[in-house]
Design a protein around this ligand. Structure first.
Ligand SMILES: *Cc1c(COP(=O)(O)O)cnc(C)c1O
Length: 233
């Protein structure tokens, strides 16, 4: 397992599939998903060009933070319980998993306390899967409206974990996400500043890039198979 080789491979694929649809590969941010990965391997990834990492467990993020805080940007990508917002609010660049008004309220409150504006992506359950978190596509506009009063929270775009299907079968879901993204970004709301579409993981990021993702989240494809598979449901 060679982290440098894997990163180069991901970059090469991003480039190839971006160019295929006339996109600039530099517009696509690779977030290395580091759940279950120890600090020394994360440092190796940073050495070979990784600037942003994603964690899905608060405790794990908090544990790794002191060692890595000056070297890399943290993203929170897993389901976030409201009572744990206080532990990540001063540590992460962006929360990818905003999925309830209650959570937004807590993020807003905590962000205000530490005098910052927290960038968030709304997680969309694009496949309407019962096992997944996220806002139903049909409820997205209404949800965004409900966030209007939160001044210390900035809605920067959308995130999804697509249904786990063959690479080509996933395309319609990514296409739908891009459509939702484009239809929403022109909304006039003061805490809305749509920039990011976070979609695509190891199995499907090449398709996600072709369909308009500008953040992809890659774990296995960089660090190899996880010892304990702690997939978010
Ligand atoms: C684990 C995880 C990923 C990365 O998954 P891989 O298949 O290992 O690339 C991406 N996004 C979220 C939300 C995850 O929990």
């Amino acid at each position: 397992m060679d982290i440098r080789y894997n990163i180069d491979k991901v970059k090469e694929n991003v480039k190839k599939h971006a160019l295929k649809v006339n996109r600039n590969p530099d517009d696509i941010l690779i977030v290395a998903v580091t759940k279950t990965v120890d600090v020394s391997r994360i440092e190796e990834a940073i050495k070979y060009g990784i600037t942003d990492i994603g964690e899905n467990k608060v405790q794990e993020l908090v544990d790794k933070y002191p060692t890595l805080m000056d070297k890399v940007q943290f993203h929170f990508i897993g389901h976030l319980q409201t009572n744990k917002v206080k532990y990540v609010i001063d540590k992460v660049k962006m929360i990818h998993s905003l999925d309830s008004v209650r959570l937004a309220e807590e993020i807003d409150k905590r962000a205000k306390k530490c005098n910052r504006i927290m960038d968030c992506l709304i997680e969309v359950n694009v496949g309407s899967e019962e096992s997944k978190y996220g806002i139903e596509p049909s409820s997205l506009l209404e949800f965004i409206k409900e966030l209007e009063s939160f001044d210390n929270l900035k809605i920067k775009g959308l995130m999804t974990v697509a249904p786990y299907v063959d690479a080509e079968d996933v395309r319609p879901y990514f296409r739908k996400m891009k459509e939702l993204f484009d239809n929403t970004k022109s909304l006039n709301q003061k805490n809305l500043d749509f920039k990011y579409l976070s979609m695509g993981m190891t199995n499907d990021y090449t398709v996600a890039v072709e369909e308009g993702a500008n953040i992809i989240r890659i774990g296995t494809g960089i660090f190899g198979k996880r010892l304990y598979d702690m997939e978010v449901k």
